[in-house]
Ligand binder design. Structure first.
Ligand code: SF4
Length: 524
């Protein structure tokens, strides 16, 4: 089979999900897998043998971002494979998996013979076994598809009874343990995360921030054990480790693990951390390891929006973390912010401006040695995602985002050493359109694939109406195209959380004891 990453090799080499699937398939004694990286133009060919994609009987796409849809379709077209599954009665078999597939496979379904909905460790190998058995037996594609249609996590359009339940990898007897944490199989100086071994230390997130897909579509929250992580480090002996996960500072083995890495002389880096998890101990270890950047997630511009988002972060905790960053001589403080919230007003940005003044003072930003050297308020646009409480929300317009950008500029302008950045509103709205789209979006994807991934051109030529997907608040009872998947979190729970967004009412995080003691959201 060809395992296709719709992007350049440097991104694939830093994509843990794609590499975990590669490891899983390459260990399979009866399968041969080759890597294909495609970001166009040109033909999609194997990195390993140079064979064109059309030579492979099984083609599997790893889909992580909405933009990947058009790249995947372009990869098929580059080797003259018909993009529509119905025009490919015979092999190859075209499959897809990855987070996008369990959030909303609908826009891409017309291209796929089958999708794997869920975590690869939970049944992907069995699915491939059945494919191998039928294909090597000389069975035709329709009988193969009939044979896999009812397997756990498998979605064969037109054959599988819907909704298909997301396959979840569970450690025996525990809903909170992450057994066999995923890790990189390729460590390369060419990777985006240069020479770094990535290890997944947790999956899912207990906080349930209402905008964040990771907090809902990867439930239940699970942690790896420190012993398992160190075992991977000792086997692979990397120079640098990147710890991948959410709410890392909630993990009580984080500091002992960082200590153990330091003792082994292994450098490490953390993804963004919760401000309320920044302590002297953590900063001492980070600084001793040479880290000079600290990334904190602020998310909402005001306390009201952070409550609505269930971010559960006080201004005091944020300022305390900034003050510690200054005290420990952090060079670059990065603050993640999201703009374009349902119901946001100029008053929320007035509050942000006042907070930035306090951040500037607390971190002694730009004032020389005893303080943070410089800080960035890094903003992106809210993209309401399927299976989150915001799946009912209207998206902000490009004008709304431009106005928010002006306010960010005003918020940082008075402060030496502070700047802001804002991701493009057009790209975010395209992402939003594809994220909550249905099968009719496939025409747009096809047009983008024909135009080198240019969605601006594709939207001019498309005869659909983007506003119907992103510029309206959806009815509470509307049935969504992505509900062909059941991620395990109930619709009633999500709808309650959407109401609580409007009331800015907090919801407690998942209990440490796990789902058995809770059952609140429907996960079993
Ligand atoms: S059942 Fe409770 S502990 Fe389990 S994922 Fe849902 S909210 Fe979290």
């Amino acid at each position: 089979m060809a395992l296709v990453f719709p992007g350049p090799p440097r991104a694939a080499l830093s994509a843990l999900g794609w590499q975990a699937v590669y490891a899983l398939v390459s260990r399979h004694p009866a399968l041969a897998v080759e890597r294909v990286f495609f970001s166009g133009p040109g033909k999609a060919v194997s990195e390993d043998s140079g064979r064109p994609l059309s030579d492979f009987p099984v083609i599997a796409f790893s889909l992580g971002y909405e933009e990947d849809y058009a790249t995947a379709v372009a990869a098929l077209m580059s080797v003259d494979l018909p993009p529509l599954a119905m025009d490919r009665p015979d092999y190859p078999l075209v499959l897809a998996g990855g987070p996008l597939v369990f959030m909303n496979p609908a826009p891409m379904l017309p291209a796929l013979d089958a999708a794997f909905v869920g975590e690869a460790e939970a049944g992907f190998a069995a699915f491939l076994d059945r494919i191998r058995e039928y294909a090597l037996d000389g069975r035709d594609k329709p009988s193969l598809l009939a044979a896999v249609a009812d397997m756990p996590g498998v979605l064969v359009p037109g054959r599988t009874s819907l909704p298909v339940r997301r396959a979840v990898h569970r450690a025996p007897g525990s809903s909170t343990a992450l057994s066999c944490p995923a890790h990189s199989v390729f460590v390369s100086p060419e990777a985006e995360f240069k020479d770094m071994l990535l290890i997944e230390v947790n999956r899912g997130c207990p906080y349930g921030c209402r905008f964040c897909a990771a907090g809902f579509v990867y439930r239940p929250p699970r942690h790896a054990s420190m012993d398992d992580v160190l075992d991977i480090v000792d086997r692979t002996r990397p120079q640098k480790v990147g710890l991948v996960g959410t709410a890392l500072t909630d993990w009580d083995e984080l500091l002992p693990l960082l200590d153990a890495l330091a003792q082994r002389g292994v450098k490490f880096s953390l993804a963004s951390v919760r401000a309320d998890g920044v302590t002297r101990e953590l900063l001492t270890i980070l600084r001793a390891a040479g880290s000079r950047t600290l990334t904190l997630a602020l998310e909402g511009p005001s306390a009201r929006i952070r409550c609505a988002a269930n971010k559960n972060l006080s201004e005091e905790a944020f300022l305390a973390a900034v003050a510690l960053a200054g005290e420990f001589g952090i060079n670059h403080l990065k603050m993640y912010l999201i703009v374009g919230w349902p119901g946001e007003t100029p008053a929320d940005y007035d509050e942000l401006a006042a907070l930035m003044a306090r951040v500037h003072a607390a971190g002694r930003i730009g004032r020389g040695k005893r303080g943070v050297q410089h800080a960035t308020l890094a903003a992106s646009c809210l993209v309401p995602k399927p299976f989150t409480p915001l799946q009912w929300a209207k998206m902000a317009s490009e004008d709304d985002i431009a106005r928010a950008g002006e306010r960010l500029k005003q918020a940082v302008a008075p402060h030496k050493g502070m700047r802001y950045s804002l991701d493009g509103a057009f790209a975010a709205r395209v992402q939003g359109l594809l994220a909550r789209g249905d099968e009719r979006l496939f025409d747009l994807i096809l047009l983008a694939a024909k135009n080198g991934g240019n969605f601006k051109k594709a939207l001019y030529a498309w005869n659909g109406d983007p506003a119907a997907y992103i510029d309206r608040q959806r009815d509470p009872d509307e049935v969504f195209p992505w509900e062909i998947v059941d991620v395990g979190v109930s619709r009633d729970y999500l709808r309650r959380e959407w109401r609580r967004y409007h009331d800015a009412a907090p919801t407690a995080k998942c209990p440490a004891a796990g789902c058995g003691a809770c059952g609140r959201c429907g996960m079993e």
